[in-house]
Ligand binder design. Sequence first.
Ligand SMILES: [Zn+2]
Length: 119
Amino acid sequence: MNCNVCNCIIQPDKYKMKCPGCIPRGRGCVHRKGLCEALRKGTIRFCHECDDFPYDNLTLLENRYNKSYKYSFIKNLEYIKEHGMDAFLEAEKIRFTCSQCGKRVSVHEKKCHFCGKKY
Ligand SMILES: [Zn+2]
């Protein structure tokens, strides 16, 4: 998950959750509810580095986000694996910038929080 496109970051006034993201919380990539030993111990940083990728919990989250937000954790991780984090963040910046006002659009909303343009 790119935290930059989360409602908690874009609308901190609306969402009281003060979430700094999985990695700053020491949980690694997608933290798998603390069940992934490799992420917990820091043996791997991202789920795609594991032989079990994509594991069951990620697939459940993947299906929910695919359906609700047209967002794919698996595709994101495959993109990071192939092109690196900087390229991923640049692609996300382009994808989630409002074409009308230039501000960041949330993955969780169907319209821009700032100008109301629908997506
Ligand atoms: Zn906008």
